[in-house]
Design a protein around this ligand. Structure first.
Ligand SMILES: Cc1cc2nc3c(=O)[nH]c(=O)nc-3n(C[C@H](O)[C@H](O)[C@H](O)COP(=O)(O)OP(=O)(O)OC[C@H]3O[C@@H](n4cnc5c(N)ncnc54)[C@H](O)[C@@H]3O)c2cc1C
Length: 286
């Protein structure tokens, strides 16, 4: 298949890119790594009048510390995040998850801004943005605004951006934790996840002080399980803790069914992954 005809512009500033989207009058589409957009164009599932290529804009690709956060430019490739020593030391759950993102060739081109904007419910970076409580800096005709990750994902493949808005950068708070885990099952390595969970734990000598949980692949958007976080804070740690956690996670999610997996299978998978993740998180730093 070949895409339907479109105009192509390659601005060199974010302001010019926003202007091009405004001029496109709702018919514009941003091009970043192209790993999701180009298949959609080729299958004619999307037919933008104008493609606004971000790749000529300097300064959108970076990973840098900013106080108690790590800021990542929207055009930063998955591979750069995967290989960054700063991400490995400050956002280790993200570092662990990145090698599950597609295949190397796709990670070489795909960008964090593209992954978040594409909002696939089984993609790692959208889930991680919820897990960390990230904030997205978004630029549109009225200037910049900050959008919390928990407000960004509206539905499967749907975000809250206006047609003229561009994700410019994302800030991830560095979490305090004593242990963490990232678990995922996909049919083949590099495929989108059937189910996945990220967990971090702060613990006392015999209790869990607090826990943070995000899941993906089971609903129309990634989810942060705040109700489970609340219920699991203060619980005592013993041999049954991972199983109790698993039951709570499973009962808090009603998993989707599709051609890849039934709802029951996904729910079962999530429960297994939750128990495994809690076991790892509790033993990681003893
Ligand atoms: C075979 C295959 C397997 C894959 N497996 C996985 C996987 O396991 N996990 C995973 O997470 N991903 C996976 N992906 C997706 C991959 O990670 C993509 O790179 C990513 O989803 C989109 O990033 P991109 O930079 O290529 O965006 P593009 O394809 O260029 O754009 C995607 C969408 O986001 C919009 N967009 C892009 N950048 C911005 C921006 N800065 N501001 C506003 N809108 C923007 C575009 O207009 C478009 O609608 C897979 C892709 C393929 C082809």
């Amino acid at each position: 298949m070949k895409p339907a005809k479109f105009d192509y512009v390659a601005p060199t500033t974010v302001d010019a890119a926003v202007e091009a989207l405004v001029a496109a009058n709702g018919e514009g589409k941003v091009l970043a790594g192209g790993q999701s957009l180009l298949p959609l164009l080729n299958f004619r599932m999307t037919r933008p009048g104008v493609l606004v290529d971000l790749n000529g804009i300097q300064g959108l690709s970076f990973i840098e510390p900013r106080g108690d956060r790590i800021a990542i430019g929207a055009l930063t490739r998955h591979r750069e995040i995967e290989q960054s020593p700063l991400i490995a030391s400050k956002l280790p759950v993200m570092a662990a998850a990145m090698r599950h993102v597609a295949h190397l060739a796709i990670r070489n081109r795909g960008t964090i801004g593209g992954s978040l904007s594409h909002a696939d419910p089984a993609a790692e970076l959208p889930m991680l943005s919820l897990f960390y409580g990230a904030e997205l800096s978004v630029q549109g005709p009225a200037g910049r605004r900050i959008v919390a990750a928990e407000d960004f994902f509206v539905d499967a493949l749907t975000n809250c951006l206006e047609p003229e808005e561009i994700v410019v950068e994302i800030e991830f708070p560095m979490l305090a934790y004593d242990g963490w885990a990232f678990e995922e099952v996909a049919r083949r390595f590099g495929d989108f996840a059937l189910a996945s969970i990220a967990v971090s734990v702060r613990r006392g000598s015999s209790t869990i002080d607090n826990v943070r949980i995000a899941v993906m692949g089971v609903a129309d958007t990634p989810l942060r399980l705040k109700a489970v976080e609340g219920k699991f804070s203060g619980v005592s740690i013993d041999d049954r803790t991972p199983d109790r956690f698993s039951e709570l996670v499973m009962s808090s999610v009603s998993a989707n069914s599709d051609l890849h997996a039934s709802s029951e299978y996904r729910q079962h998978l999530l429960g297994k992954l939750a128990a495994r993740a809690m076991r790892t998180a509790l033993t990681a730093k003893e």
